[in-house]
Design a protein around this ligand. Structure first.
Ligand code: AHM
Ligand code: MG
Length: 338
């Protein structure tokens, strides 16, 4: 049909029809996240203006009370998810403890863990940032209290959905439910996410490596050896690999997902478990990259196989094109040195 566009909503409904017993709850849950993403996107676009527009008061000229953007994004996610009635509990990188659904709202069968605004230290410099989310189905009966251990701290392979929103030169939502990876671009005139990247696949070998090389002297020898190797002609068909590091995980990951390559945030002498969080960052991106044909590892194990012990657990993260991650693992495990 001419002029036909596949919106996120329509795509979700079509996917839902593949499952005769689907209740629509999951479609509705993703729509709640998409709504929060649109609200955050609008706010992120105004980031540079807010202090100017609101300079004389705690409220800006639109009557909005100013908040730090990450607090705003966190509230937007929590409100949208709580109101939707499809989650029984939430967990956010911004909150120390689990976030209950207020009594006035119904509770659903899903758990959503999210990083509301990752890379937010980059906001002032107009660098792309993102929201990352991970969804589990609760395992305990719905008439019992939610269990941190059994319902929330599930390994990544139990995720039923994972995704991220990137607030970049355009706003994009990328998600998977285990049946491929789909990317939607926000069309500001429709106010809808439009399917722009169906069935995303990451090249099996890339030429980009992304790592904060300022930490070189703090890394283990294996990581140091790997980063020395990526600069040799052997690493990329007679040429060294190319370094690209934005320092904003969603942006670094998204670029590598489309172009191929590897992102590393390894353990170092200061951060024994790396910097990034398993539940809010590593797990969802690991599910996505795996669905796109890539790989995610802590250097020794698949990220998706790690049994979480605590909500804010950190993990080393090596993620991207399958071959690149496997080569990095060989160096980290000491199986090769050059
Ligand atoms: P945040 O969750 O506090 O925003 O930190 C996570 C960010 C990631 O987006 C990025 O990959 C990493 O921190 C960059 O860290 P560094 O500045 O140490 O390279
Ligand atoms: Mg983060």
């Amino acid at each position: 049909m001419n002029g036909f566009v596949m919106t996120l909503n329509r795509h979700l409904v079509e996917q839902e029809r593949l499952y005769p017993h689907a209740t629509g709850a999951f479609t509705s849950l993703l729509s709640d996240i998409a709504l929060a993403a649109k609200v955050i996107s609008l706010h992120v676009n105004k980031a540079g203006l807010l202090p100017i527009l609101g300079a004389t008061d705690t409220q800006n000229v639109f009557g909005e009370i100013q908040q730090k953007l990450d607090v705003f994004a966190n509230d937007a996610m929590i409100r949208s998810l709580a109101f939707g009635g499809h989650v029984c509990v939430m967990a956010s990188e911004e909150n120390e403890d689990l976030i209950p659904v207020p009594d006035e709202y119904p509770k659903g069968k899903y758990i959503c863990c999210f990083d509301p605004l990752d890379g937010s230290s980059n906001i002032d410099a107009n660098v792309s940032i993102g929201t990352i989310f991970s969804i589990f189905r609760r395992t305990t009966p719905e008439d019992q209290p939610v269990s941190l251990e059994k319902d929330v701290l599930q390994p990544g392979y139990s995720q039923v959905c994972a995704g991220y929103v990137i607030y970049g030169s355009s706003t994009m939502l990328v998600y998977t439910t285990g049946a491929g990876v789909y990317g939607f671009t926000l069309d500001p005139s429709y106010g809808s996410f439009i399917l722009s990247h169906p069935k995303i696949k990451i090249p099996s070998k890339g030429k980009i490596y992304s790592v904060n090389e300022g930490n070189f002297n703090l890394w283990d020898e294996g990581v140091q050896n790997y980063i020395r190797w990526v600069k040799t002609p052997e690493a990329n068909n007679g040429k060294p690999m190319t370094s690209r590091y934005i320092g904003s995980l969603v942006s670094d990951f998204h670029r590598n997902l489309l172009k191929g390559g590897i992102f590393l945030y390894p353990a170092d002498k200061k951060n024994k478990n790396g910097k990034l969080r398993l539940m809010y960052e590593a797990n969802p991106l690991a599910f996505i990259v795996t669905q796109a044909g890539g790989k995610a590892s802590d250097g020794f194990n698949r990220i998706l196989d790690i049994q979480p012990r605590e909500l804010h657990q950190r993990t080393p993260l090596i993620i991207g094109s399958k071959e690149d991650v496997e080569i990095a693992e060989e160096f980290i495990q000491g199986k090769r040195t050059h």
